[in-house]
Design a protein around this ligand. Structure first.
Ligand code: F3S
Length: 387
């Protein structure tokens, strides 16, 4: 692999052992995947931030590292809101461990924005090279923005943040970004919500596995694309998808997909996922809510009283910029939490049934929270929370 003089110095240990080991990791990854060079990145997003997922071993490893990020870098959601963990019902023991994890990341120069929607906080543009690790963020960056990132593991993303580069293979190369299979949706999607697109993603992810799908017959908007991609990344391993006439690379490249396998999807297959199941709590914001989603929740809740626990998750920066809206939501009895989510917080494990408006949460809640998951539109979720 081609390395420049700075890289050679880092590998010789001139900038300390942590950077040396981190660059060794990137070079090893690059060799495994056939990268010819490293590419500078604009930002990193580092997973492995919840104590629930990394545990004591991960915390000990983080505390052995000594270097600072050289590009803007944020964290994936952690197991609790940094400020309001007691209010969420997180135990003191868990909070102490979680605080130790974020202190370790802060020491490494990672910004304590803990979110799967870093694109709401810092401008990310078409063609930017990134090292992001949370699957829905990776999907959004590649597909909706047209930026370029592989789905990094936590250590790979952290290494890229500390070095400022990542191995140039996979989705960093234009030739690897072409569609491989067509999902032909045959449904009247004119009134579809983000939950419908999440359910489509849940279904389509199982059909395409790790191939790059090209979806036809749909006209999703931004938040709907976010829901679609997050779910396809959860039930499949889809890190990049294209939507005919909608996503930037599909518009720019006008792919010829005539020779690809085409899988039809009927509207009834999607509706079947909307089953009635008894639930004890409702959770919205998987991926974390956009400002528009928060406004929708506030409008739909206006004048109503929340009677079941209703959790809403968003990035702290989005909450700060939407404070009046958040106050309106909380006035009705819901809670809007930053930094964490329904899947990585241990608090959600107390419920046996959780209602969501997200295809990704529908896929993850059963295994990660040990609860039955029900999907509904945002309206249906709020009806259940206030009934
Ligand atoms: Fe984000 Fe948590 Fe969902 S990380 S995509 S809110 S499972």
């Amino acid at each position: 692999m081609q390395l420049d003089r700075d890289d050679e110095r880092i590998l010789a240990g001139e900038q300390g052992e942590t950077k040396q080991k981190m660059l060794e990791l990137l070079v090893a990854l690059g060799k495994v995947f056939g990268a010819e060079r490293l590419v500078p990145i604009r930002s990193a997003q580092v997973s492995g931030a919840s104590y629930k997922t990394i545990g004591e071993y991960g915390l000990r490893w983080l505390n052995t590292l000594d270097a600072k990020a050289v590009v803007p870098a944020v964290l994936n959601p952690i197991g609790m809101p940094r400020d309001r963990w007691e209010e969420m019902g997180v135990s003191k023991d868990f909070a102490a461990k979680q605080q130790a994890v974020i202190a370790a990341y802060a020491r490494l120069g990672i910004a304590l924005e803990c979110t799967c929607t870093p694109y709401y906080l810092r401008e990310t543009s078409y063609g930017d090279h990134l090292a992001w690790s949370e699957s829905s963020a990776v999907s959004y960056a590649n597909s909706v923005i047209g930026a370029r990132t592989n789905r990094e593991g936590g250590p790979g993303a952290l290494a890229a943040a500390l070095i400022g580069k990542t191995p140039c293979y996979g989705f960093h190369l234009a030739g690897n970004r072409k569609p491989q299979v067509v999902i032909a949706v045959n449904a009247d999607t004119s009134g579809w919500s983000i939950a419908d697109y999440g359910a489509l993603g849940y279904h389509a992810g199982k059909l395409v596995g790790n191939r790059i799908p090209y979806l036809t017959g749909i006209r999703p908007e931004r938040d709907q694309l976010k829901a679609l991609g997050a779910a396809m990344a959860a039930t499949g391993a889809v890190a990049l998808y294209h939507v005919e006439g909608v996503t930037p690379e599909a518009q720019k490249n006008r792919y010829d997909v005539a020779g690809l396998e085409a899988i039809p999807v009927e509207g009834a297959e999607i509706r079947r996922l909307f089953k009635e199941v008894a639930v004890e709590a409702v959770a919205l914001g998987c991926p974390h809510c956009s400002p528009e989603e928060l406004r929708t929740i506030a409008r739909l809740l206006d004048g109503r009283v929340v009677r079941k626990p209703l959790y809403v998750f968003a990035a702290q920066g989005v909450i700060d910029a939407s404070q009046d809206t958040v106050n309106d939501i909380e006035k009705c009895g819901a809670r809007v939490f930053a930094d964490t989510c329904m899947v990585v917080s241990p608090v959600m494990e107390q419920y046996t049934g959780i209602m969501v408006n997200s295809g990704k949460a529908l896929a993850y809640v059963p295994d990660m929270c040990g609860a039955v998951a029900r999907i509904g539109t945002t309206e249906e979720c709020l009806d259940v929370a206030t009934e």
